[in-house]
Design a protein around this ligand. Structure first.
Ligand code: SF4
Length: 322
């Protein structure tokens, strides 16, 4: 038993406040940032802020584990493609590993009761996550602690419960007031950070999941997407996407205009002849003057000539998002 703790740190205001409270309590805190494939923050941007507070930063990169969870989350998804309960359990597991490695006694988070609709919805979920990670009574949530049962660090007198808070709900006012009290001037606006909670991105990624293409998740950001049978066609919208997609030329069936400048596309699965024709028509639709399309597949190429661009109504039927 000691006053060493790991804070699950995202760089958002809530975890920053939790960190400030912990430091004011005289705790010896190290920060853990969990890097997932769908979180928009670069861990390196946190380093400077934490150095100023003399807090060591650890980074856990968990992409493979995360993709596994996304394929089959035990507790299902939230409103979009966010498997929050499973995700939090996994984060706590990582924190526990680090806790044991560096001899820390407990974990701190910036969680606020009833703030989020899924993982932090109620005490029951919060306590479930703790239980599944075998961290019962060892997770201190300074912002909402007074609304939750006392943790072991509080019961053992390491943390003064009187100096903790009773914040709950979605309003940010209490946190902004605390930030002012602690003289915290620079912090992020609450934009979420997790792409899986954004409907546009979640809708695109869902096709990767359904079509067993999750290993190519990095392409979920790129291009216009068309679902054709059980295949996914990605068409470049602009030059930088053309360059990204062209990098996959030897990996997937690749299409580009032959006679005039235009766009390019890839199928993420091996395509049939009919699918190749359809892809060529879509490429022509987005390439103003071109009349023919080259398809590179498996070291060979095929020329599609005298095709008309696909009709608009058919195009819209295949498009993943409007
Ligand atoms: S919002 Fe995203 S990062 Fe946060 S718990 Fe849910 S799935 Fe995980």
């Amino acid at each position: 038993m000691n006053n060493k703790a790991i804070i699950l740190y995202s760089g958002g205001l809530d975890s920053l406040l939790a960190l400030h409270i912990a430091l004011r309590l005289g705790l010896e805190v190290s920060a853990l940032f969990i890097e997932t494939p769908f979180y928009k923050k670069d861990a390196k941007t946190l380093q400077d802020d934490l150095e100023k507070l003399h807090v060591k930063l650890y980074i856990a990169e968990i992409s493979d584990t995360y993709l596994g969870i996304l394929k089959n989350p035990t507790y299902g998804f939230g409103k979009n493609l966010n498997p929050c309960l499973d995700c939090r359990i996994m984060m706590f597991d990582e924190a526990k590993k680090l806790m044991e490695k560096i001899g820390a006694y407990f974990i701190i988070t910036g969680e606020v009761l009833s703030q989020r609709p899924f993982s932090q919805r109620n005490k029951a979920n919060i306590l479930l996550i703790e239980k599944k990670s075998q961290l019962e009574n060892l997770v201190l949530r300074p912002l909402s602690a007074k609304l939750l049962p006392p943790t072991l660090p509080e019961l053992k007198g390491i943390v003064d419960r009187n100096k903790l808070y009773a914040i709950s709900g979605r309003s940010r006012k209490p946190q902004l007031a605390l930030a002012k009290l602690f003289n915290i001037e620079h912090f992020e606006t609450p934009s979420g950070g997790c792409l899986l909670t954004e409907p546009y991105f979640a809708n695109r990624l869902k096709n990767f999941l359904d079509l067993d293409l999750l290993e190519h998740y990095k392409l979920a950001h790129v291009g216009r997407h068309f679902k054709i049978n059980d295949n996914l066609l990605i068409v470049a919208r602009q030059q930088n996407e053309f360059d990204i997609i062209a990098n996959y030329k030897n990996m997937f069936d690749f299409f580009e205009t032959k006679d005039s400048p235009g766009t390019c596309a890839i199928f993420l699965k091996k395509s049939t002849q009919n699918e190749k024709i359809l892809a060529s028509k879509i490429v022509l639709r987005y390439s103003k003057k071109a009349k023919s399309v080259l398809c590179f597949s498996n070291g060979n190429y095929q020329l599609f000539e005298d095709l008309e661009p696909i009709e608009e109504n058919k195009l819209m039927e295949l498009r993943v998002e409007a």
